[in-house]
Design a protein around this ligand. Structure first.
Ligand code: ADP
Ligand code: ADP
Length: 234
């Protein structure tokens, strides 16, 4: 069974001038397996973020159906939906304390084992005592902050503690060096063994080994498949 299924999903944003809606999604259909990475790629403005917002019921779809865990999200209580879908909030201002403190603060009821597992899955074991923002220079210890990639992975670890069935991830647009990108790919691989991961990817190199790549253009699915399948099409 698919973790998420889009069936002919349509959506338009209401125009500011009261002149109706601007259609953004024109009948999007695809399924997301319960495990593995599904990457959504496509040019800016294609509707990728809108898809995420519809899964979360941030807006009601304007047509078609979205199923999460086999259930129509329209009839799922919002609490249940929030329990199933974890959205990785990037660059949250709410980072305080060390990596470990950050996680216990975000999920006060999480057990020690859960925290350790989230830290390991996010590839943060070596920096678990570091402060996201680093220490003040007057303390003479600039070395104990987190890199941009590690901060992004801390956001993933926080979401993991919610034990979502589906994780939504918008790849940071900020530049990741090649080491950070490799770490990020490793994390995606590990996390996607535990839940369905849907990632908006800005660079194909990040998701080259995805189970499925969905190419979205102008609110339509142009192609789906693994990277090698897509490469042999024209
Ligand atoms: P992507 O994530 O692929 O860049 P988006 O889903 O953000 O695409 O946007 C799809 C289209 O919808 C774009 O044309 C964008 O300008 C428009 N759009 C996005 N958000 C809004 C909004 N809140 N109100 C009106 N139009 C929007
Ligand atoms: P950009 O295209 O500049 O990367 P996005 O269109 O991805 O920006 O996101 C616009 C804003 O919407 C951001 O502040 C982001 O945090 C928020 N956002 C993106 N995806 C979601 C989502 N699934 N649910 C709620 N907010 C989201």
């Amino acid at each position: 069974r698919s973790a998420v299924e889009f069936r002919d999903v349509r959506f338009g944003y209401e125009r500011g001038d009261g002149g109706g809606r601007t259609q953004v999604l024109h009948g999007v259909s695809f399924g997301v397996p319960a495990r593995g990475l599904t990457a959504v790629v496509g040019p800016s403005g294609a509707g990728k973020t809108t898809l995420f917002q519809l899964i979360e019921r941030f807006y009601p779809a304007g047509g078609g159906t979205i199923l999460v865990g086999g259930r129509n999200i329209e009839t799922l209580p919002l609490d249940s939906l929030r329990g199933l879908v974890g959205y990785v909030q990037q660059d949250s201002a709410a980072m305080r304390g060390t990596v470990r403190e950050n996680l216990t603060y975000a999920s006060p009821d999480a057990g020690e084992d859960d925290i350790r597992q989230a830290v390991e899955m996010a590839g943060l074991s070596k920096v678990v005592a570091n402060l996201p923002q680093g220490l003040d220079t007057e303390l003479g210890d600039q070395g104990s902050g987190l890199s941009g990639g590690q901060r992004q992975r801390l956001c993933i670890a926080r979401t993991l503690l919610q034990k979502p069935a589906v994780m939504l991830l918008d790849e940071a647009t900020s530049h990741l060096d090649s080491d950070s990108e490799r770490d990020f790919r490793d994390v995606l691989q590990r996390v996607s063994r535990h839940c369905a991961v849907i990632a908006i990817a800005h660079r194909i190199s990040t998701v080259i080994d995805a189970e499925q790549i969905v190419v979205l253009e102008d609110g339509r699915v142009r192609a789906t498949g693994r990277h090698q399948d897509l490469m042999t099409r024209d």
